[in-house]
Design a protein around this ligand. Structure first.
Ligand code: 5AD
Ligand code: SF4
Length: 450
């Protein structure tokens, strides 16, 4: 008999943004060599990781209450003679640090977003001695060097982190505190990872960063995100490039020009504005006005007329009046969004806005959110309906829910359902769009493909 280590099981619960989804996938990749496979339920796991997000109100308290539940599972396993290791990762880990270990002693380790490369070591230590528990240093380069070899993609579309952190300090936001300052990965490392992905069948990458268009890794095609995009566009097989999330302040001419010139760069831009009121934008420290944002969108659309615009909005920021909110609706009408995320302002401890006077009642926020969402929904349906009758290139990603159906994405990130053979998964194929719903399109293969 060989001396194989016993199979251990890992359960990761992911909260929040795409960055966390990406980080969770990579944590799972990194732990696979230690013998960790997937557990479907936390009670079956030898290692439970909560990959936390700090952006929502009461997020920290929710994590503590979840940890209380997991502690009971740990006790149950121990009663049966087993063990369970509990790790807290993500932004709450970064923000709370050792406090988590004090408040919930069942937690074995806390690991901030910059220290995931130390996870295997930390897990090993926890298994052996319950020794050093906290990793809260700050060395992003090491993190990526340690992670690059671990990448095992599945599917035809992959995320690729190119930038982390934020120096913008919007007054409502915790990210500059929890993820630290802006930092860009070297372009060479990113290209190496993108080539590996492409060799494994990935056709589309989404470049990720809290402030991705602040990317400033220099390289032979010029500095900035535009240079990086041009460099990645040369990689054989990598036919689609996307990026998210961008700040209006960093939307430079070079990037706009890339949208006009680089075929692989998809015509979809997530460009949060947060509010349409200059008074509120100033209090948010956004460093743009409603007008400068609308002008920027016009410039982008002049370069790429079919650009789909998406955004983020916050309603009910402290001091927001009905007139301020109307200005947001007006901006939405002027821009015409393909889709957007809207949030009720939530008071994040430690951020400047949490201490502002004029905090609004929840009913006011609810009512404004409903009005904004109704307008955004109308726009999304209009955007989707406008594709009916067009033939769009669709990158097929996976089988659909119904037999004989597969699902892909249009250039504008819309989900497209088509009756077509599975062998087209991984291919970019022209599809005639026949109908539109609020969240997806349906189409048929054009004659040439059938
Ligand atoms: N309250 C409400 N929404 C917030 N966001 C960030 N912080 C807060 C907060 N305190 C939203 C912003 C941001 C998105 C990721 O989350 O719209 O763009
Ligand atoms: Fe937060 Fe503003 Fe930075 Fe976005 S730009 S991460 S909202 S501080």
């Amino acid at each position: 008999m060989s001396e194989l280590a016993p199979v251990k099981r890992l359960y990761i619960k992911t909260y929040g943004c795409q960055m966390n989804v990406y980080d969770s996938e990579r944590m799972a990749d990194m732990l696979a060599p230690l013998g960790y496979g997937v557990a479907l339920r936390p009670e079956d796991a030898d290692l439970v990781v909560l990959n936390t997000c700090h952006i929502r109100e009461k997020a920290t308290e929710k994590v503590y209450s979840e940890l209380g539940q997991i502690r009971l599972m740990k006790l149950a396993r121990q009663a049966e003679g087993g063990t369970m290791t509990i790790a807290v990762a993500g932004c709450v880990a970064q923000a709370e640090g050792e406090e988590i270990l004090r408040r919930q002693p069942a937690v074995d380790l806390v690991v901030g977003p910059q220290s995931y490369h130390q996870l295997p070591e930390l897990i090993a230590r926890a298994h052996r001695a319950r020794g050093e528990r906290l990793a809260a240093d700050f060395a992003p380069e090491e993190k990526f060097d340690a992670l690059i070899a671990e990448r095992r993609p599945t599917g035809v579309s992959a995320f690729l982190t190119v930038q982390e952190g934020c120096d913008k300090f919007c007054t409502f936001c915790v990210v500059p505190y929890t993820r630290g300052g802006e930092w860009s990965r070297p372009a060479g490392d990113i290209e190496a990872e993108a080539r590996t992905l492409a060799e494994k069948g990935v056709r589309e990458v989404t470049l990720l960063g809290q402030n991705v268009n602040a990317y400033d890794g220099a390289n032979d095609t010029g500095s900035g995100l535009a240079g990086l995009v041009r460099r990645l566009a040369r990689i054989p097989g990598l036919d689609r490039i996307r990026y998210t999330t961008s700040h209006p302040r960093d939307m430079d001419e070079a990037l706009i020009a890339a949208h006009a010139e680089v075929e692989a760069l998809m015509p979809y831009l997530h460009l949060p504005v947060q509010s349409g009121s200059d008074r509120v934008l100033k209090a948010m420290n956004r460093a743009h006005t409603a007008e400068s944002y609308v002008r920027l969108i016009e410039t982008i659309r002049a370069a790429r007329p079919d650009m789909a615009i998406s955004g983020d909005f916050i309603v009910g920021f402290p001091g927001e009046t009905e007139a301020d909110f109307e200005a947001t609706l007006q901006l939405v009408r002027e821009v015409g969004y393909a889709g957007a995320f809207s949030f009720k302002y939530s008071r994040r401890p430690g951020t400047p806005a949490s201490a502002l006077p004029g905090q609004l009642a929840d009913e006011v926020k609810d009512e404004r959110l409903a009005r904004l969402n109704a307008l955004l929904e109308i726009q999304r349906i209009a955007f989707n309906s406008a594709q009916v009758g067009r033939t769009l290139p669709v990158l097929f990603e996976k089988p659909g829910r119904h037999p004989g159906q597969i699902i892909g994405r249009s250039p504008y990130l819309q989900s497209v359902h088509v009756a077509a053979p599975d062998r087209l998964i991984g291919e970019i194929v022209p599809v005639r769009i026949e109908s539109a719903a609020s969240n997806s399109l349906a189409g048929t293969l054009t004659l040439e493909t059938v």
